[in-house]
Design a protein around this ligand. Structure first.
Ligand SMILES: NC(=O)C1=CN([C@@H]2O[C@H](COP(=O)(O)OP(=O)(O)OC[C@H]3O[C@@H](n4cnc5c(N)ncnc54)[C@H](OP(=O)(O)O)[C@@H]3O)[C@@H](O)[C@H]2O)[C@@H](O)CC1
Ligand SMILES: Nc1ncnc2c1ncn2[C@@H]1O[C@H](COP(=O)(O)OP(=O)(O)O)[C@@H](O)[C@H]1O
Ligand SMILES: [Mg+2]
Length: 281
């Protein structure tokens, strides 16, 4: 097993594309976020806000009905499509053509949500980020792995990773299992943790930003929004994953002197996205 390649500022400078002065929202990328259920609409808010604050031109968020007013009043910049069910996503239908989709934060695992996710996977060809409950649903339905398009990005935390690839007894065994999974299903695995590692076939990349302030509810939901936004802007999936985790961690490094570890919350990641992007310009 090769040593991980560090995701350093120098590497990121090669990946990062400054904004074209002549761009407009129509060509900055349209991202879709599919997230939230009753009691977890916050996950949809966090992912959607991080998405629009990471540079894409348009964001449409698909949520259950109960989240409509919450989304529209907390993030008026984001467009909203609601499912027919009040409390959970019962079907995934929208007439937009997004350049990237992020699915999973807070969606729960209702049978109807599982069915909707399966139907979605059967036809989806749009670059995709799969997180949280969508990963949990996937790991309970392993035959659906064959429905994943090449270079789909999976963003599991350690427990979600275990559900996908099984348990491991050492870090080496974890990497071997993740590499096997990545090669077999042609997916990119963002193994979230301290530090986060990205597995893309035989290649492993290790993030160099971030700190324990990120150990707070919703920080993974925010990462899903950031990576989906970068995908929608045309970054290749592996580059979107690398730049996404780097920027996400950098926000916490920037904020730490002001917030300390304890008072940092997921909204502080979003609030510091601007400074993090400026550090790359
Ligand atoms: N405001 C909102 O709307 C929010 C909504 N959210 C949404 O809630 C849904 C459920 O997500 P979830 O991740 O809380 O549940 P779940 O998959 O059972 O994992 C929990 C267990 O995993 C483990 N574990 C986690 N991290 C670990 C680590 N770094 N290192 C090691 N272990 C780690 C740990 O297990 P333990 O160690 O306790 O055995 C922990 O108990 C999901 O859809 C999400 O998007 C949340 O984002 C919060 C804000
Ligand atoms: N101690 C830590 N150091 C650095 N990053 C961390 C630490 N703890 C958590 N993180 C990061 O925070 C995020 C947590 O994601 P996740 O567990 O999915 O949260 P949630 O589901 O609550 O949104 C990941 O990006 C992870 O790498
Ligand atoms: Mg999560």
């Amino acid at each position: 097993m090769k040593a991980p390649i560090l995701i350093t500022q120098a590497e990121i400078q090669q990946i990062y594309k400054p904004i074209n002065p002549k761009t407009h929202k129509g060509i900055q990328g349209h991202a879709a976020i599919i997230a939230g259920s009753y009691g977890k609409i916050g996950a949809a808010v966090l992912a959607s806000k991080a998405c629009i604050k990471s540079g894409c031109g348009l964001v449409t968020t698909h949520i259950p009905k109960c989240g409509y007013e919450i989304l529209q009043s907390t993030i008026p910049e984001v467009m909203v499509v609601t499912a027919t069910h009040e409390k959970y996503i019962s079907e995934i239908i929208f007439d937009i053509k997004p350049q990237a989709i992020g699915i999973g934060p807070g969606i729960g695992q209702e049978p109807n949500t599982q069915k909707a996710f399966q139907e979605f996977l059967k036809t989806n060809k749009t670059p995709l980020v799969i997180d949280a409950d969508a990963l949990n649903i996937l790991s309970q339905n392993k035959s659906w792995y064959d429905l994943l398009q090449p270079d789909t990005i999976l963003t599991p935390h350690p427990k979600e990773l275990e559900r996908l690839i099984g348990s491991w007894r050492s870090e080496i065994e974890k990497l071997v299992r993740a590499t096997e999974f990545s090669k077999q299903h042609q997916v990119i695995i963002v193994m979230k943790g301290a530090p986060t590692q990205i597995v893309n076939g035989e290649s492993v990349y290790e993030n160099t930003t971030g700190n324990a302030a990120l150990a707070t509810a919703g920080s993974g939901d925010v990462l899903t929004g950031i990576i989906t936004s970068l995908l929608a802007q045309g970054y290749l999936p592996i580059k979107a994953a690398q730049l996404g985790v780097y920027i996400h961690g950098l926000t916490a490094d920037i904020a730490l002197p002001e917030t300390g570890y304890q008072s940092f919350i997921a909204s502080d990641i979003i609030a510091n996205l601007g400074k993090a992007f400026l550090a790359l310009d």
